[in-house]
Write a protein that binds this ligand. Structure first.
Ligand code: FBP
Length: 549
């Protein structure tokens, strides 16, 4: 057992806040039938048992229930601050209905369900992990739950443990799979409910019903503390340009939120790069122009935020990646092709793509070229966190500046430092917001289970208001779905939320960025605070504040 820090001891005593509606017995209020966000006819046909269900809201004052049931929980995908609180909220919720109810955790992600690896949670285990970061209580994994054989293996252990409902904590891909599983068990009349829970630091699982995915708040606050520290160093030494790549996969929500919190000189937004049809050279020119302008004012330093997925949004590279994904999939099985070595894989790819895509591929630095040709994660995503875009961009900026210097257009000094923030924030101790939000999501899931719901996502809304006023309920997962091309075929998936260029957070950023580029307008947010005035401790992200203004 590791030694517990004093902060962790004090944090263990924090009682997360719950929405008023969840503080006693609940009444289930059902809305009208729902439709999916796209491809309605196809999604309805694929999900005949879980399509069209109503949105559910919980109100105070129902009949107390003492229903007996056991529940299983799975953590799926990348870590996000607050996962342990979803589990403790679910545990407390399930026990509050009937203390004899049991909660089981499947180990190391969805694979634990398939391989029958699990633990039963106890009071002492739960208490040791309340309000802590990480997913280490049961571990997480990226096994994709998609095959009938996995669903059948799952039902064996669920029956053996008397589990009535399974809660899957995950991002858009994992919740898509949760929905497929819910439909499968409903079609087979297995009597096991499946409930999803919106997790990911990336912030891209949000829509009209889900305000934010959990972990985004804490991760962005952690990165912003670090960015602020770098900005202060940058403004003290005045000799480096810091290129900071930030996690977030395809979406630039993390980069945008960190920019709103720290006011760097440059923040690239992948969605804008795509909308403006910018080439890699256009992006490099934009950065070099800011560097040159600041140099002309005597400022040979600055901070640049780079979203990790930017490379995928440069239109020519996006087209290339789409073809690479097709080529890497075996059309006979729909699975990734298997190669005996990485070199063989790269050679195969190069000999099977269109000449114009090959030209784009070969114009990239060798390590980027190789990474784009190599394996995808189990959901078919390019592993963008492995591409060193921050180094690629700064090297290209240096080359451009050298050319401008030779032409007498620039006369500054350019020296770069590189950083990649991702793992630094994924397991941070949850902010008060994430601690409360996650506990509520878990507690709320117990109420959805008691109400007999399946194929729903646990949803808590109105979170810019004090927690007591938060709205608790559930949304059918099919409502968030449309068809998208994945691994060479059209598949039903939850629509990923990218940064909206006509949304309030981007518009605010766009109205300020020229000022932040020229002036040194850094903001140093400092570390997350857990105790103290509410305006310091309980603030949501700037993104949420602007979206709900
Ligand atoms: P999820 O979508 O699973 O929540 O993952 C978040 C994330 O941190 C991404 O930002 C990042 O690209 C990815 O995980 C890295 O995952 P891994 O460590 O498994 O390579």
């Amino acid at each position: 057992m590791s030694t517990i820090s004093n902060l962790q001891k004090a944090r263990a005593a924090y009682q997360p806040k719950l929405p008023k509606a969840l503080q006693g017995p609940v009444k289930v209020v059902e809305g009208a039938a729902t439709e999916s966000v796209g491809n309605q006819a196809e999604i309805k046909e694929l999900f005949p048992n879980t399509y069209g269900m109503p949105v559910v809201e919980f109100a105070e004052g129902g009949q107390p229930s003492s229903a007996e049931f056991n529940v299983g929980i799975i953590l799926s995908g990348g870590q996000a601050p607050g996962g342990h609180n979803v589990i403790s909220g679910l545990y407390d919720g399930v026990k509050s209905i009937n203390p004899a109810n049991k909660l089981y955790g499947f180990l190391m992600g969805p694979g634990g369900l398939v391989d029958h690896k699990y633990i039963e949670f106890t009071d002492s285990l739960i208490d040791a992990y309340r309000n802590t970061g990480g997913f280490d209580i049961i571990g997480s994994g990226r096994t994709k739950l998609e095959k009938e054989s996995q669903f059948e293996s799952g039902i064996e252990i669920l029956r053996q443990l008397g589990i009535k409902a399974l809660v899957i904590i995950g991002g858009d891909d994992s919740n898509t799979n949760a929905c497929v599983l819910a439909e499968y068990y409903a079609a087979k009349k297995y009597g096991v409910q499946v409930i999803g829970c919106p997790k990911t630091i990336d912030g891209d699982l949000k829509n009209a019903q889900i305000e934010t995915s959990f972990g985004f708040d804490t991760a962005c606050k952690t990165y912003s503390e670090l960015i602020g520290n770098i900005e202060r160093d940058c403004n003290s030494a005045r000799k480096y340009w810091h290129f900071i790549k930030l996690m977030g996969r395809s979406a630039s929500h993390i980069a945008l939120e960190c920019a709103l919190q720290t006011q760097p000189n440059i923040c690239l937004i992948s969605e804008e790069v795509e909308a403006k049809n910018m080439s890699l050279d256009d992006v490099v020119t934009y950065i070099a122009e800011v560097v040159a302008k600041r140099a002309a004012a005597g400022n040979n330093f600055g901070t640049v935020l780079v979203p990790e997925g930017i490379i995928e949004f440069i239109p020519a590279i996006k087209k290339l990646i789409a073809e690479l994904n097709e080529v890497l999939t075996d059309p006979a099985t729909g699975e990734s092709r298997v190669f005996s070595s990485k070199d063989e894989q790269v050679a195969f790819v190069k000999s099977h793509i269109a000449p114009e895509n090959l030209a784009v591929l070969e114009s990239l630095p060798k390590d980027v070229e190789r990474q784009l040709c190599l394996d995808r994660d189990p959901h078919g995503n390019v592993q963008v966190s492995l591409i060193e875009t921050e180094k690629l961009l700064s090297a290209m900026v240096a080359t451009k500046l050298a050319a401008w210097k030779a032409e007498g257009k620039y006369n500054g000094k350019f020296s770069a430092q590189h950083h990649f923030f991702g793992y630094e924030g994924r397991c941070a101790a949850p902010s008060n917001y994430d601690a409360d939000y996650c506990y509520s999501l878990g507690y709320n899931a117990s109420r959805l289970i008691a109400a007999g719901k399946t194929g729903y996502m646990s949803v808590i809304r109105n979170t810019t208001a004090p927690a007591a006023e938060w709205i608790a309920g559930g949304v059918p997962i099919t409502m968030m779905m449309n068809l998208e091309r994945r691994n060479g075929a059209m598949k039903p998936v939850i629509r990923k939320a990218l940064v909206e260029l006509d949304g309030a957070p981007f518009k605010y950023f766009a109205s300020k960025r020229d000022e932040w580029a020229e002036q040194t307008a850094y903001v140093y947010p400092g570390p997350i605070q857990y105790w103290g005035p509410s305006e310091v401790c309980d603030q949501t992200t700037k993104t949420l504040q602007l979206e709900h203004k």
